[in-house]
Design a protein around this ligand. Structure first.
Ligand SMILES: Nc1nc2c(ncn2[C@@H]2O[C@H](COP(=O)(O)OP(=O)(O)O)[C@@H](O)[C@H]2O)c(=O)[nH]1
Ligand SMILES: [Mg+2]
Length: 288
């Protein structure tokens, strides 16, 4: 039996969350085309005959600008310390010099697979070049190329992980898909819709707190608060005559119903908490 922790690292938008979902064949992590969508370490557990792999999706590595960012980078550090194997994920179209410096700076002490993602978007020669560039790097045990979006070579990546995974007994029950509560994923699904529906800075000033999660006989009743930093942002979230929040509620509810496989009654409220991203107490309350 093999078992271990595998952490996925990379710059914002490399495709870390898409990869976690592809590896698990299930949508656990929220994905958007905007950077810094992921704020937590999300564990996804893959149990098959002969092995259990506990994958961690992490926030993209950035220079912290707020306390929220510092917490996000602390999460990256913890995941790095726990890992038995590391996946260094890069977008094939990114600048290699920058990537090289970043991965070198992580000072990884365990086997690492350099994963070239978004190969659906590059030519074969470019891929060869990348392979050659990374092969002899000190942090790189193996190079694997994939497309997380098109689910190309996910099996090849799994085989590479398994070859580096230590022997050991499973850490979690075989049925368990993640270590986080359902409530967390409900909040994330609402947050994902905010990334899709609202422009520019709004998603970055926002967080979601699920206040009530009650399983009733015929449906699940959920009450969630959307936290923003300013009155004007509250107005934007609500939209004219409440039109935007209504759309947000409908879109989020559909996803949550599919996830929970039952009917949902979703109530959303907007609260203004000035500078919550820099306030220790608020950050703690909101799960960061
Ligand atoms: N073309 C292409 N796009 C991808 C691939 N993997 C991820 N993406 C897209 O890249 C964007 C960022 O993905 P996400 O998983 O949120 O990246 P993260 O910030 O590293 O977690 C999304 O728009 C994804 O659909 C891939 O293999 N090919
Ligand atoms: Mg992500």
């Amino acid at each position: 039996m093999k078992s271990g922790f595998v952490a996925i690292f990379g710059k914002p938008n490399a495709g870390k969350s898409t990869l976690l979902n592809a590896l698990l064949g299930e949508k656990l992590a929220i994905v958007s085309h905007k950077v810094q969508t992921t704020r937590h370490r999300i564990k996804g557990i893959l149990t098959e005959k002969g092995y259990q792999i506990v994958f961690s999706d992490t926030p993209g590595i950035i220079e912290p600008r707020y306390k929220l960012h510092e917490k996000m980078m602390q999460t990256v550090k913890t995941a790095l310390e726990d890992a038995d194997v590391v996946l260094l994920l890069m977008d094939a179209n990114e600048e290699v010099g920058e990537i090289d410096a970043l991965f070198l700076s992580l000072q990884i002490k365990v086997p690492a697979i350099l994963v070239i993602n978004k190969t659906d978007r590059i030519k074969a020669e470019k891929l060869q070049e990348l392979n050659k560039f990374f092969q002899n790097k000190p942090y790189c045990t193996r190079v694997v190329s994939i497309s997380a979006l098109k689910k190309k070579n996910i099996k090849g990546l799994l085989d590479a992980v398994l070859s580096l995974l230590p022997e050991g007994q499973p850490f979690f029950d075989g049925e368990q898909l993640t270590d986080l509560p359902v409530k967390f994923f409900v909040g994330e699904m609402i947050r994902e819709k905010i990334f899709f529906l609202y422009e520019e800075e709004i998603p970055y000033h926002t967080t979601v707190l699920v206040q009530e999660f009650k399983e009733k006989e015929t449906l699940t009743k959920i009450r969630a608060e959307i936290i923003v930093q300013r009155e004007t942002q509250k107005g934007i979230i609500l939209g004219e005559g409440g039109s935007m929040i209504k759309r947000l509620g409908t879109d989020a509810r559909k996803d949550i119903e599919a996830f929970l496989q039952r009917k949902v009654f979703l109530e959303l409220f907007v609260k203004v908490r000035p500078k919550w991203r820099d306030n220790e107490l608020y950050l703690k309350e909101y799960g960061y």
